[in-house]
Design a protein around this ligand. Structure first.
Ligand SMILES: Nc1ncnc2c1ncn2[C@@H]1O[C@H](COP(=O)(O)OP(=O)(O)OP(=O)(O)O)[C@@H](O)[C@H]1O
Ligand SMILES: Nc1ccn([C@H]2C[C@H](O)[C@@H](COP(=O)(O)O)O2)c(=O)n1
Length: 667
């Protein structure tokens, strides 16, 4: 996950290959609660690991459930045969799929509970659900603003003989919450069962369908009359199905379907396989496929998977009632930017009470990209952006995961402008590794951005480059480590480090069995992290690096390190030979005495005893060799910016380079 203030997504041209998506949020939190409410043990496979499921899991633990988590597999021992905690304070973040159903379940069961969340959760209405619960005898009080969390829950005196009215036109989660909670009171039901009557036109019906299908898996079959009347039989009781496989998230699939549809060029033609969710999904957002097809996407179903290829381009404009797919419809809003005319997304008033007011947020952010957008009370009309008119924009995400994921689709613009995503961490709500997943299958429209840091020994290149990479969320290439590893491999094989053995040394370099993992460097089975940092290893590296065949052998490996979203590379020839087209090259220097002292302090800290004088001499010898060699000598690229950091702190050097980088950005 990118835990950064912002993430710059370079312009993208295509996606291809295969992608496996995390589990559905809607299914994950429903099955977690159902597993908690039944007797026996339920094993949930491919459960989503995200902010919203984490708050649910923590709440279930506090209520007394057995919860064991192993990767994406959760084992839940339900409260049907375990003592339930009669009191608990439950923090539910911004998870509507936890707040609403837990409110209903605990209000029906009774106890002394407090339910609260992040400030935005306290702005998301829950009054219609609370009214319905109070009408059947539940005791619920608001501790803040009436109609909104936080809430306290007491012990009910249930009256189940009359139909329970609930509004269906604000959020379908209120009905879902009642449906999942009321089987807990089935033993007190009248002979005809417990009846729920929906008032107003029910929105987001497919989500109710998921609820009913999952309740049936747990042994409770609800009788449905249209979308107005639901009856829970008197003998209803939750029973564990034993195991449940959670489908991949159909809403998350929408971003990859859109990316596949927007792909251009040969690399996108083979398409993208989206694994974990197929056309037979129980999730309502699978209907996004129909909308995307209507716009021209070429989507085929495979067992448990979808395949998307670019179809019609530009996409066809649409005019659609998006009520059944409120979440995935946000993806259509961005696809509309690439259409052949204005698109209208209707019946999306529920967007206003989601993680943010999504109607206002989407309109505002699409305009930043250059679109003309009309925002109505319950619709958006989006005029596409003509090629040549896309603007590089810094997109605000409003702590809303879907805003961030939608915004990334603007990177497929034909003008090749990058897009900046503010607070990319918000995707943790449903898809913590969204950007890593996208970058893993996306092709950049042009070269991946690279910042080169070259300079003499101990000038601080590695320290600066690693810090820059962390600040930007980019990859980091320590090219010196490759020469150090080659020198070490040669010593291990007894090969002399001289020109007479150049072909053999090049062979070793080409076949280095290297692995970088968890900050450690491995050569075959040996952890050589310390060994390659010895001063002798630096000197050996300097020797083998003077040989052209060795340099040639390591060329492709270094070039291949330039991966999305960007690379910071440090060495001697990053700017001159490996990445000559890099948009920012820095030649980092410091006085020789300063560098010798830094290295001296560094070695002392590692417990290595060496004199300052000998270090200084070694350093000068190494620099002289690196500068004098015929191939790729150490020297600044003609377009490099010089940075003498003798009198700068590490942080000052980092800020300086970031300022140079930012000055080159269009945002
Ligand atoms: N601006 C700075 N001010 C003070 N100390 C620094 C500065 N930059 C780096 N250092 C320190 O200098 C030491 C050498 O830095 P580093 O190892 O990053 O240099 P390098 O150029 O990558 O070296 P090499 O050429 O051997 O790879 C480290 O201990 C680092 O913390
Ligand atoms: N791009 C590079 C990187 C390193 N070398 C050589 C020259 C150095 O003396 C030696 C060790 O590098 P360090 O780890 O100290 O950065 O490797 C090179 O020629 N080209």
């Amino acid at each position: 996950m990118y835990d950064l203030p912002s993430l710059d997504v370079p312009a993208l041209s295509a996606v291809n290959g295969r992608v496996r998506l995390p589990g559905s949020k809607s299914i994950s939190n429903r099955v977690l609660l159902l597993a908690a409410l039944c007797s026996g043990r339920t094993v949930l496979h491919e459960l989503l690991d995200s902010d919203d499921t984490r708050v649910m899991l923590q709440a279930l633990r506090l209520l007394g459930c057995g919860v064991a988590l192993e990767g994406t597999r959760a084992t839940i021992d339900g409260l049907g045969d375990r003592p339930r905690q009669a009191q608990a304070d439950l923090f539910l973040g911004n998870a509507g799929t936890a707040m609403r159903p837990l409110t209903a379940a605990l209000a029906v069961l009774g106890g002394a509970y407090t339910l609260h969340g992040v400030p935005r959760m306290h702005e998301r209405p829950i009054g219609d659900l609370v009214d319905a619960l109070r009408a059947l005898g539940c005791r619920i009080d608001y501790t803040g603003q009436a109609g909104y969390p936080p809430l306290t829950i007491g012990t009910p005196a249930l009256r189940l003989d009359q139909p329970i009215p609930v509004r269906g036109d604000v959020s379908s989660q209120f009905l879902t919450a009642l449906l999942m909670a009321l089987p807990l009171a089935a033993d007190q039901a009248p002979a005809g069962g417990i009846v729920i009557e929906v008032q107003g036109e029910l929105i987001s019906k497919p989500y109710i369908d998921i609820t009913l299908k999952l309740m049936a898996r747990f042994g409770v079959a609800v009788q449905r009359e249209g979308w107005q009347r639901f009856t829970i039989a008197r003998d209803s009781r939750y029973r564990s199905p034993g195991e449940i496989q959670v489908e991949a998230d159909a809403s998350s699939a929408s971003y990859f379907i859109a990316a596949g549809a927007l792909s251009t060029g040969a690399s996108g033609q083979n398409g993208l396989k989206i694994e974990g969710v197929g056309l037979d999904s129980i999730q309502g957002d699978i209907r996004f496929v129909d909308a995307a097809r209507q716009m021209g996407a070429d989507i085929t179903g495979e067992p448990g998977a979808l395949r998307v290829r670019p179809g019609r381009q530009p996409l066809a404009a649409i005019d659609l009632d998006c009520n059944p797919i409120p979440d995935a419809a946000m993806t259509l809003a961005v696809m509309a930017l690439y259409a052949d005319g204005p698109s209208t997304l209707r019946n999306i008033a529920s967007w206003r009470v989601k993680e943010t007011d999504r109607l206002a947020a989407m309109a505002c952010e699409l305009r930043k990209l250059g679109a003309t957008v009309d925002e109505g009370p319950d619709f958006l009309r989006i005029v596409p952006i003509a090629p040549g008119h896309w603007r590089a924009a810094s997109i605000a995400t409003y702590d809303d995961h879907r805003m961030a994921m939608c915004a990334s689709l603007a990177a497929f613009n034909p003008d090749g402008v990058p897009v900046r995503i503010e607070d990319p961490r918000c995707v943790a709500k449903t898809f913590p590794d969204y950007f890593e997943t996208l970058f893993g299958i996306a092709q950049p429209r042009a070269d991946v951005p690279v910042i080169c840091i070259d300079g003499p020994t101990a000038s601080g290149k590695g320290t600066l480059a690693a810090a820059l990479a962390a600040r930007l969320g980019w990859h980091y290439l320590d090219s010196g480590a490759l020469y150090r590893l080659t020198g070490l491999a040669a010593r291990r094989h007894g090969v002399a480090l001289d020109a007479a053995h150049e072909p053999r040394l090049a062979e070793l370099a080409r076949a280095l069995p290297l692995r970088f993992a968890d900050g450690r460097v491995w050569l075959g089975d040996e952890d050589v992290s310390e060994a390659i940092r010895a001063e002798q290893a630096g000197m050996d590296a300097s020797r083998v690096s003077a040989l052209p065949a060795v340099r040639a052998a390591l060329f492709e490996l270094q070039r291949g390190a330039a991966r999305l979203p960007g690379l910071v590379a440090d060495g001697r020839d990053m700017g001159t030979v490996i990445f000559p087209a890099a948009p920012l090259k820095v030649f980092l220097t410091a006085g020789v005495q300063e560098r010798a002292e830094r290295r001296h302090r560094q070695l002392q800290a590692r417990g290595v005893s060496v004199t300052l004088e000998s270090l200084r001499a070694d350093l000068q010898e190494r620099d002289a060799r690196d500068q004098a060699r015929a191939t790729a000598p150490l020297k600044p690229a003609p377009d490099a910016l010089l940075l003498d950091n003798s009198a700068l702190s590490i942080e000052q050097s980092v800020e300086q380079v970031l300022a140079w980088w930012q000055a080159r950005q269009p945002f």
